[in-house]
Ligand binder design. Structure first.
Ligand SMILES: NC(=O)c1ccc[n+]([C@@H]2O[C@H](COP(=O)([O-])OP(=O)(O)OC[C@H]3O[C@@H](n4cnc5c(N)ncnc54)[C@H](O)[C@@H]3O)[C@@H](O)[C@H]2O)c1
Ligand SMILES: O=c1ccn([C@@H]2O[C@H](COP(=O)(O)OP(=O)(O)O[C@H]3O[C@H](CO)[C@@H](O)[C@H](O)[C@H]3O)[C@@H](O)[C@H]2O)c(=O)[nH]1
Length: 427
């Protein structure tokens, strides 16, 4: 099949390359010239394992090409995937400006039948809006179908997730659209869910919100564990082994961040609000998430005996390991707070970069931690586990570790003479 992917960010680029890998001829379109130039030259404009190799492979075998020519791209492809951003408006609702632009371009430039598939995360009812935007900007009548096919990949494992999805969800309103989508996904072995566009749109938000709930639940339980001197990780394992609960998304942390959970949970709350329904359980989860970094900072302050004259080494900037994405990362909230308290902050991240004159960023952890009164692990980069903690201790002013990811071996660190505080886990 020939497929046009509009929006070549994290999702669009991954989607385009996975379609190419599955034997489809793909064009990636973006309005950002720099991204298109970079992709055309075989350079990925973000960090994601395995994707750049795939990009080069499919540029070479001409299965993928990139362009900024909207008119030509729309006319040459009958299947159009929308993968543009849907950021958050100030009131928490989803901003559909980019979706609207794309839909209107499709309407304006189409010369024959188009199957328009929305992969971006969009609120319930957007398929109907897209239909109206396309119809409203057509210069002559042409048939089209609008389908919702939400994406469930995670940053840091985008390629793996896109190649091995748990399920594919397709929301359509005509048999013709369902049939074309079945042809596209003909060889997949995972569960395949066919439903109405509105239901597909809600499935995406409901999934993200449920995962966010799990995280906030374990993070709130961690606070109780701190009081009771119980290790929250053992609680997570103990409950997670019940198949009805499951072990995933029960890792206590500084709170969930990233480009999806915070904005998608807010957008779902906005949808509920628009429909006069209360999703109070989700409101509570948001509240736990907002307070989690400050809960940890309070604990740090107590253990450090105040902030005055202190130096804190923050390890990890990105919102999770495996990505350079810092959108809504808890580390930003923490660093901002520490700077305001006059703390001397030094930071390290293997791939993400922080531009501000108020903190010093170093290439190595060893340099970052010199003379620090405390180390705070913000991101679960596996390399932090492998550090030579004995020599790190030598250069610290105070051997104190706050493990915001419960990722280090507390027992070993204690043996080395560290004071270790995890989330819901003091050792
Ligand atoms: N990042 C993720 O892990 C992830 C996972 C699942 C779903 N999603 C959803 O997928 C969507 C895209 O997310 P992302 O992280 O890839 O965003 P992104 O910001 O990385 O990429 C979006 C791209 O769309 C381009 N764009 C915007 N308007 C355009 C237009 N009119 N024409 C052409 N290009 C245009 C932008 O230039 C940008 O390159 C969002 O709705 C997001 O919620 C994201
Ligand atoms: O047990 C856990 C699991 C995750 N997190 C945090 O939760 C956030 C989100 O993590 P993750 O879900 O792994 O990354 P995303 O790339 O944001 O992926 C989520 O958001 C995407 C965009 O909608 C969806 O496609 C994915 O299915 C969904 O997992 C990060 O800050 C993680 O550190 C925890 O604190 N504890």
């Amino acid at each position: 099949m020939k497929i046009l992917v509009i929006g070549t960010g994290y999702v669009g680029t991954t989607t385009a390359l996975v379609f190419a890998e599955n034997g489809h001829k793909v064009t990636g379109l973006d309005m950002d010239t720099k991204k298109i130039e970079s992709l055309t030259a075989g350079n990925l404009h973000f960090y994601e394992t395995g994707l750049e190799e795939l990009l080069r492979k499919h540029l070479q075998n001409e299965m993928v090409q990139f362009t900024t020519n909207v008119e030509k791209a729309i006319q040459e492809n009958d299947m159009i995937y929308i993968c543009v951003g849907t950021p958050q408006n100030e009131d928490g609702s989803a901003n559909l400006t980019y979706i609207e632009q794309v839909a209107k371009n499709v309407g304006k430039f189409m010369k024959g039948y188009k199957l328009v598939v929305t992969k971006s995360t969009v609120p319930v009812g957007t398929a109907e809006k897209v239909t109206n935007w396309i119809r409203g900007s057509q210069t002559s009548p042409h048939e089209f179908d609008v389908v919702s096919n939400p994406e469930f990949l995670r940053e840091g494992s985008a390629l793996y997730d896109a190649l091995n999805p748990d399920r594919i969800v397709v929301g359509a309103s005509t048999e013709r659209a369902f049939q074309k989508m079945r042809e596209l996904f003909g060889n997949v072995t995972c569960s395949y869910v066919e439903t109405a566009p509105k239901a597909a749109e809600l499935i995406k938000y409901a999934a993200n919100a449920f995962l966010a709930l799990k995280i906030s639940y374990i993070n709130e339980l961690a606070r109780l564990c701190d009081e009771l001197n119980i290790n929250v990780t053992e609680i997570a394992t103990g409950i997670g082994l019940d198949k009805r609960i499951g072990t995933s998304f029960l890792r206590a942390s500084l709170g969930y961040g990233g480009s999806c959970f915070p904005k998608d949970v807010n957008a779902l709350l906005d949808t509920a609000n628009q429909n006069s329904v209360s999703l109070s359980i989700l409101e509570s989860a948001v509240n736990v998430n907002k307070t989690q970094p400050f809960y940890v900072l309070e604990k740090m302050k107590e253990m450090l005996g105040g902030w005055e004259g202190k130096k804190v080494a923050v390890l990890g900037l990105s919102f999770k390991a495996g990505t350079d994405d810092m959108r809504e990362s808890p580390s930003l909230i923490i660093i901002d707070y520490l700077i305001k308290k006059g703390v001397n902050v030094s930071v390290h991240d293997p791939v993400a970069t922080f531009y501000t004159e108020y903190v010093s960023q170093h290439e190595t952890v060893e340099k970052t931690v010199i003379d620090a009164d405390a180390i705070l692990i913000c991101t679960d980069w596996p390399e932090y586990e492998l550090l030579d903690w004995m020599s790190i201790k030598e250069v610290l002013r105070n051997p104190m570790i706050f493990d915001g990811r419960n990722m280090l071996n507390a027992e070993k660190l204690k043996r080395l003479g560290f004071l270790y505080q995890g989330i819901g886990y003091f050792y």
